[in-house]
Design a protein around this ligand. Structure first.
Ligand SMILES: [Zn+2]
Length: 134
């Protein structure tokens, strides 16, 4: 299946707040206007074809994701001068993925953020997140 009817990442043109910043043969780098307030400069790299998650990407899409990561990095450094990045994929509802079109998060991070120094593992490694086994 190439595109899903109600998937926002299969139909980026239907959302006027979605901006295609870069693209190559198989992927887009997108920035959404409504995500720029707290997560300044954030974007996602998505395959043009509908794939549920990163495990379904072809090698070509991985390569094109890599290539697009390099382009935004130069662009983001010029536009926003971040102090670092948080990069990653969510896979499955347990990981907070509710739109099942693979996307690679590119989140610039800044020294003056209230949560500076904390990454995705910060929340996950809290003792209250430990599984309870019988
Ligand atoms: Zn899709």
């Amino acid at each position: 299946m190439f595109h899903e009817e109600n998937c926002p990442f299969c139909h980026t043109d239907k959302d006027k707040d979605q901006n295609i910043i870069f693209e190559n043969e198989t992927c887009y780098f997108l920035q959404h206007n409504k995500e720029q307030d707290v997560l300044e400069g954030c974007g996602v790299i998505v395959p043009k074809k509908h794939h549920a998650n990163a495990f379904e990407l072809t090698k070509e899409e991985w390569n094109d994701t890599y290539e697009l990561l390099q382009s935004p990095k130069g662009y983001l450094e010029q536009e926003f001068s971040p102090d670092g990045y948080t990069l990653g994929w969510k896979v499955g509802e347990v990981s907070n993925q509710f739109i099942f079109h693979s996307r690679f998060y590119v989140i610039p991070r800044y020294d003056d953020e209230p949560l500076a120094g904390k990454g995705v593992r910060y929340w996950l490694k809290h003792p209250e997140n430990k599984r309870i086994k019988e």
